[in-house]
Write a protein that binds this ligand. Structure first.
Ligand code: ADP
Ligand code: MG
Length: 295
């Protein structure tokens, strides 16, 4: 590969909104045959909104919003933003938690107004030996079948409510998946979110139901990439979150959304400046073409 040709390739990349860490990155695209796509913030906008709430018998809705909103206000997760914004909109202000901890891939926990509060996946509640009452479980299942992300709210040892949040698939994602396929790549959707939501997003953008890997904890995303590589695949990974950084670094080609976190951008080989997934296809096509001209 002549350095001049590679630099022409990187210059064209900048025009397309693709920042390339170094000319050597282009080499990695040659064999890539699989593209792993993070869901939240990569395929979807990552801007979630609180759509509905269901409370257990005798639980006050405003109390759910106050306690859950207060905790989530301290987190930067897209789900947390949706809950905090929804709560602030209804209540005007929120208490400051006395204690707060982020539980990656599961939710948040802490103390608000003297109550021990959990907000997150059902699995987080299970870790504290709590389960959803039957009425809330039915609500959760129905909402998830409809493609919504459902999180639970518990305090003082009891599950009290479920919240429905959702974000939208970016309007460019479907075309991006078609283009990636056109380059001969197999797209795989990878997410910490639940299977039903993941399946519904996959359907919307045209990813095979068999190529959906859901309910993966942040620290396990990198293992998914390793497993694919162990099977002989050459893997491109596209992600935006702190939870994607290790997988981006492990991948043969890491593509970070420029709209995402610094951790992802630092871990990636390429940055898609505008956060448009179509640029992932542009990047791979450009790299192949650049290499093609110099072979
Ligand atoms: P993704 O892989 O799609 O980017 P994450 O791994 O960040 O998603 O999160 C997985 C799931 O964990 C979310 O869909 C949500 O159900 C739950 N979760 C994570 N953080 C929070 C939070 N702060 N509050 C509530 N739920 C959360
Ligand atoms: Mg993400």
């Amino acid at each position: 590969a002549t350095p001049t040709a590679l630099l022409v390739g990187t210059g064209r990349g900048a025009q397309l909104g693709i920042l390339i860490k170094g000319p050597e990155v282009l080499e990695s695209t040659r064999k890539v045959d699989t593209v792993v796509l993070d869901k939240t913030g990569t395929v979807t906008t990552g801007r979630m909104t609180l759509l509905a709430m269901h409370t257990a018998h005798g639980t006050d809705e405003a109390e759910v919003l106050r306690l859950a909103g207060a905790l989530e206000h301290a987190s930067e997760h897209p789900v947390a933003r949706a809950v905090a914004d929804g709560a602030l909109e209804k209540l005007g202000s929120l208490p400051v938690p006395e204690d707060f901890a982020n539980v990656p891939g599961l939710g948040v926990q802490g103390i608000v107004d003297g109550h021990a509060v959990l907000v997150g996946r059902e699995r987080l509640l299970a870790d504290w030996a709590m389960e959803l009452p039957g009425e809330l479980r039915l609500r959760k299942d129905a909402a998830e079948s409809a493609g919504r992300t459902v999180i639970a709210v518990a305090w003082d040892g009891e599950a009290r409510a479920v919240l429905e949040v959702a974000d939208a698939v970016k309007d460019t994602s479907r075309e991006a998946v078609t283009r990636l396929r056109g380059l001969g790549l197999t797209p795989i959707l990878l997410t910490g979110d639940n299977r039903a939501v993941a399946g519904s997003v996959a359907r919307e953008v045209g990813i095979d139901p068999g190529q959906v890997i859901a309910e993966v904890l942040p620290q396990d995303k990198v293992d998914v990439v390793k497993r694919l590589q162990a099977k002989g695949r050459s893997v491109a990974m596209v992600g935006d979150g702190v939870n994607d950084a290790a997988a981006l670094a492990q991948a043969d080609l890491g593509l970070a959304m420029g709209t995402g976190t610094d951790a992802a951008i630092e871990a990636g080989d390429l940055t898609l400046v505008r956060g448009d997934l179509r640029a992932a296809a542009d990047a791979i096509r450009l790299a192949r073409r650049t290499l093609g001209t110099i072979r």
